[in-house]
Design a protein around this ligand. Structure first.
Ligand SMILES: Nc1nc2[nH]cnc2c(=O)[nH]1
Length: 473
């Protein structure tokens, strides 16, 4: 292998791969090659053509021996700060989950805790083929940013803001509108477009139950001015809609009210959106709001989201894992499988018949690639394997008991693939996992530090979990 010529001019030729491009024409190259120059894809095509044209220029040529090459997966709803809280709030309802466990936990985290939590979360994201994620909101964006930069991932980071409502911890970092907006502008100035352009800073609204109209309006304006996105939990439980109807006097719930406030715009990433009616789905579609569907977390605490209806009416739906205490797996690979099964089952139940055709495998793959890229407002650069796009990709080894035989590649990627089949991951032209080794951190060290930090936070927050069984010793 030749030495690298330096970042901008390094040319890597990956050949003999099954390339599922996820471009607009859904092209697949059965024996294809990709040329990576610096941080971008320079060319893609048949292996024989690419080898002929680029072999002389390549610093490195890698034979993928029939493995799959796909765009890096995009996880559009992740709470990196909750990774250390996995298991502290299982089998409880959302309000108890938030008020008695998760907010006390989050509000007792330091920036260093958030850094460790994001590193630990990043390991799980990368191992499931994720190259880009949308943070759903914690308190210490600087800790997250430090970890994202080190891991080599791409991310849209947000601070979680709340200025009113029930359950707000006394030590929450942002409680007045001015403070919410000012601290986010400060974070935007410090971190937006850092890490070689891999980090973007968005604005966060935790949920309508903890946001005044003034905070929502101010967030809408500043995000518009800075041309960035807004991430918010939307229409999660019936109680949320009821509260909005009671206190804010609208016919239905959160989505109707956000429409009134002018928040429904193409830069809004609306997580969950479970309890929405047809009119509200139309409003989401008309405003080009992006929805992050998190099926496992929804099954645990929220309910069935009308995803088929959203897709039929033209909403851009992507996939998210949510956080470790609400899923509890952070594998987007598992999430594709779960989403597919849940939505087929829901459709069958509604129709009173079977519905195997609902949300087929190709739709699932689109959700974690092209739709994910639109959701994070980065589709000019990521979401498909095309010349000119950033080199964010995942290499999948299908030659295992879990995926063979490969009669239908696209369905195998959704229904058979396991996290263990993800072999290598590249973000921005750099390998961040190669042959299953995470490259930029010491995984064991991170796990050990993170576990220690997690019990200290639990103590500081004064959270003790009820015993489920009769503990003898
Ligand atoms: N699932 C989930 N729902 C929320 N609603 C407000 N915050 C959260 C959160 O952290 N997770």
């Amino acid at each position: 292998m030749e030495e690298e010529k330096g970042d901008g001019s390094r040319v890597l030729l990956l050949h003999n791969a099954v390339i599922v491009t996820m471009d607009n024409d859904l092209r697949v190259f059965q024996n294809g090659s990709v040329v990576v120059a610096g941080d971008r894809i320079e060319a893609i095509g048949r292996s024989s053509d690419i080898l002929r044209e680029f072999s002389d220029r390549a610093n490195e040529t890698l034979d993928l021996e029939g493995r799959f090459l796909l765009p890096g997966f995009i996880n559009t709803h992740v709470h990196t700060s909750q990774q250390l809280a996995r298991g502290i709030a299982d089998d409880v309802d959302l309000m108890t989950w938030l008020h008695a466990r998760i907010w006390p936990y989050e509000s007792n985290m330091t920036e260093e805790d958030s850094y460790l939590s994001t590193l630990l979360c990043g390991i799980e994201l990368i191992r499931s083929g994720v190259t880009c994620f949308a943070e759903a909101g914690g308190q210490h964006v600087s800790g997250m940013a430090r970890a994202v930069e080190l891991l080599g991932l791409r991310a849209c980071l947000v601070q979680s803001t709340m200025d009113s409502g029930q359950g707000l911890p006394t030590n929450w970092s942002t409680v007045s509108i001015d403070h919410c907006i000012e601290s986010q502008i400060e974070l935007y100035k410090r971190h937006h477009n850092t890490a070689n352009g891999r980090i973007r800073v968005w604005f966060g609204l935790r949920q309508i139950m903890n946001a005044t109209d003034e905070l929502i309006a101010a967030t809408r304006e500043i995000a518009q001015e800075l041309k960035t996105g807004i991430h918010m939990h939307v229409a999660e439980i019936p109680f949320e809609n009821e509260l909005v109807m009671d206190t804010r006097k609208v016919d239905h719930g959160t989505v109707s009210y956000l429409d009134k406030l002018g928040l429904l715009r193409s830069n809004l990433l609306a997580a969950h959106s479970v309890w929405v009616n047809d009119d509200e789905i139309r409003s989401l579609a008309n405003a080009d709001v992006k929805v992050s569907h998190c099926p496992a977390a929804a099954m645990r605490m929220l309910g069935f989201a009308p995803i088929k209806e959203m897709l039929d009416l033209g909403v851009c739906v992507s996939l998210g894992t949510d956080g470790a205490p609400s899923n509890n797996r952070m594998s987007i690979v598992d999430e594709m499988y779960v989403a597919s099964l849940i939505n087929k089952g829901r459709e069958a139940y509604i129709k009173g018949s079977t519905s195997p055709t609902a949300l087929p495998a190709e739709v699932m793959l689109k959700m974690v690639t092209a739709n994910g890229a639109k959701a994070v407002l980065w589709d000019d650069d990521i979401g498909s394997i095309e010349a000119g796009k950033k080199a964010d990709m995942v290499i999948i080894n299908p030659f295992s008991w879990s995926m063979l035989p490969l009669h239908d590649s696209i369905s195998s990627l959704v229904y058979c693939m396991r996290t263990e089949n993800i072999e290598s991951v590249m973000c921005n032209g750099q390998w961040i996992m190669k042959d299953k080794k995470i490259l930029n951190i010491n995984e064991e060290e991170v796990i050990s530090l993170a576990v220690k930090a997690s019990s200290n936070i639990l103590k500081r927050a004064g959270i003790s979990l009820p015993q489920r069984f009769n503990l003898i010793c």
